[in-house]
Write a protein that binds this ligand. Structure first.
Ligand code: NDP
Ligand code: EPU
Length: 299
């Protein structure tokens, strides 16, 4: 049945049984049935209509930096926007960018145009779409601070424009986590600044990130959200969990808020490690840690 998608898209934009471990920063995940690499919003509309007609589930992937895919993979279609919808246009103090653009690349482009506001995004590995979906943030900045409008399609493929005030922004939260729309792009409003100062700020944040975070191992960044009044890293460090390992999954020695794949980790290893950490934290602090990373795929 999946082969029928070749009637609406050229084979260069379709992959069958694609291993998700090749598309996630964790380097974990079994195959998806079909992966679509769209070139335009029109491709996405066509695929959505086809999937709806055939009742096939659709999953949207940005750059795979904030997901944990189960070992059996994903049934149905994965539409990968990361590295696909890639256009950027600078217009005075505003930037229009498509959802698949790498956030750190967008930050560099803003800096080169003497535009301030995206310095915090230096080194963030996800796409603009993923960043909006979860209101990505680091070093005191959040993507919500620079978003003016977001352009999306609903499940039927109808286009919609959202103004930032309507997006229900919260800590690692936006309306897109409840409405199921696909983000196609956004208009960002930045501030004119001094190019050298913007670049110096980004270099400083990049240095801090490299010093504090285990960037030399595959991971999905912070595995848990920050509980109010706590930092996860020091909490796990005090519990002696740094270096605790199940299979190939390990609580990072460098930053205990990260689980790293030391080589050959399965999703099951990571899930077991998450459960173990949660139980330890519950017993010691009476706190329920909430997973920040999105867990997807067939159980
Ligand atoms: N602060 C930091 O240091 C780090 C931050 N991150 C953040 O995580 C974010 C994840 O981005 P990315 O790797 O691209 O995302 P992923 O590919 O990991 O996708 C995560 C989820 O986001 C949703 N999503 C992604 N793109 C879109 C879109 N265009 N429209 C609607 N939903 C979308 C999907 O949910 P669904 O299927 O339900 O639609 C998907 O399950 C990054 O932008 C980054 O900010 C990640 C690592 C480190
Ligand atoms: C990596 C991510 O985002 C990160 C983002 O890069 C950083 C930097 O601003 O702040 C958040 O991490 P975090 O809550 O762990 O904060 P950090 O600044 O890294 O650490 C907090 C404090 O704990 C200390 N710390 C951290 C780790 C550790 O093992 N031991 C320790 O003592 C740090 O030195 C620091 O004083 C984001 N995570 C969340 C869930 O909010 C991500 O979302 O995937």
């Amino acid at each position: 049945m999946y082969e029928e998608v070749l009637e609406i898209l050229p084979s260069s934009r379709v992959r069958f049984n694609e291993p998700m471990c090749q598309h996630t920063s964790f380097k974990i995940g079994g195959p998806c049935d079909v992966m679509i690499l769209p070139e335009s919003a029109d491709d996405i509309k066509k695929v959505l209509a086809w999937a709806q007609d055939k009742k096939i589930p659709v999953f949207i992937l940005g750059l795979g930096s904030n997901i944990l895919v189960r070992d059996k993979g994903i049934r149905g279609i994965v539409i990968k926007l990361g590295n696909c919808l890639n256009q950027i246009e600078v217009d005075n103090d505003e930037i229009y960018a498509e959802a698949g653009v790498r956030l750190s690349l967008l930050a560099k482009k803003a800096a080169a145009s003497s535009l301030s506001g995206l310095e915090f995004a230096e080194g963030i590995p996800g796409s603009l779409g993923g960043a909006i979906f979860m209101n990505a943030g680091a070093y005191g900045g959040e993507i919500k601070d620079v978003i003016k409008e977001v352009y999306a399609v609903d499940e039927k493929g109808d286009f919609k424009t959202f103004y930032t005030a309507d997006l229900k922004w919260g800590y690692r939260y936006s309306i897109f986590q409840e409405n199921g729309h696909i983000i196609l792009g956004a208009r960002l409003k930045l501030k004119k600044g001094n190019r050298d100062e913007i670049i110096a700020c980004m270099q400083e944040l990049g240095k801090r990130r490299r010093e504090k975070q285990p960037l030399d191992f595959p991971s999905a960044g912070s595995i848990f959200k920050r509980p109010e009044g706590y930092y996860v890293g020091p909490m796990l460090e005090k519990l002696g969990l740094k270096g605790y390992r199940i299979g190939g999954a390990e609580v990072s020695f460098k930053h205990a808020g990260f689980i790293v794949n030391t080589g050959g980790a399965t999703c099951e290893d990571v899930l077991q490690l998450i459960d173990y950490i949660k139980a330890q934290v519950k017993a010691a602090y009476n706190l329920d840690l909430e997973v920040e990373v999105k867990i997807v795929g067939e159980k």
